[in-house]
Design a protein around this ligand. Structure first.
Ligand SMILES: Nc1ncnc2c1ncn2[C@@H]1O[C@H](COP(=O)(O)OP(=O)(O)O)[C@@H](O)[C@H]1O
Ligand SMILES: [Mg+2]
Length: 190
């Protein structure tokens, strides 16, 4: 599978995300030897189940092709067709015209409010994990670690969900906390 693959992400344990020669993406997760929730319910499986649940909610996500176990390297993996588009982080780093940036920020705020209203707590919320599709919709990648509550999230969880992104210098000002936590319509006074 690795033949002709392009490495998209690595960490100190090795390759993490690969684009395979056929264009599909292979995301690897380390297996835990000891008994843990990751051993009982592997992250690759969670990714696939979350993709299905998010798709049912109408949120654009990559199309999962298969979940794999690769014992020789003690990894689980999920292979998927990429979600067409670019992450908001890529768009931001590529340079955005001010009007376009305002538009995307307002769309991002509406998107997060929509996730929270639908009970989605996306732990890895930041601009690198939100994709803007060619149709101009926002979608998610990187959601192995996500929880969908059967109710709309309360203010406490909404606020907590923003904290990680508020810690990122480049991305902090994309968070309109008043709109996301307080219910003010997005794009109002800054
Ligand atoms: N579905 C996808 N569509 C487009 N790009 C993707 C997709 N999935 C991953 N990528 C790209 O792969 C890389 C890592 O993706 P991600 O799943 O967020 O991994 P990480 O755990 O390293 O954050 C990023 O460079 C991202 O742009
Ligand atoms: Mg990511």
């Amino acid at each position: 599978m690795r033949e002709g693959a392009e490495v998209l992400e690595v960490d100190h344990h090795g390759d993490k995300v690969l684009r395979l020669a056929d264009g599909s993406i292979l995301k690897l997760f380390r297996r835990r030897r000891v008994i843990s929730s990751a051993a009982l319910y592997p992250y690759a499986r969670r990714f696939a189940n979350n993709a299905a649940a998010l798709a049912r909610l109408g949120i654009p996500v990559p199309q999962v092709i298969e979940v794999l176990r690769i014992p020789s390297i003690e990894r689980d993996a999920v292979r998927y067709a990429p979600l067409a588009g670019k992450t908001l982080r890529e768009l931001l780093r590529g340079g955005l015209a001010p009007a376009r940036e305002r538009e995307l920020k307002a769309a991002f705020t509406r998107f997060v409010v929509g996730l929270h209203d639908q009970g989605v707590y996306f732990r890895s919320l930041h601009l690198g994990n939100v994709v803007c599709t060619p149709e101009g919709r926002l979608g998610l990648i990187d959601f192995a670690d996500l929880r969908i509550h059967p109710w709309s999230l309360g203010k406490y969880l909404r606020a907590r969900n923003l904290r990680r992104m508020q810690g990122l210098d480049e991305e902090r000002d994309w968070i309109d906390a008043a709109a996301i936590v307080g219910g003010r319509p997005p794009g109002g006074a800054q």
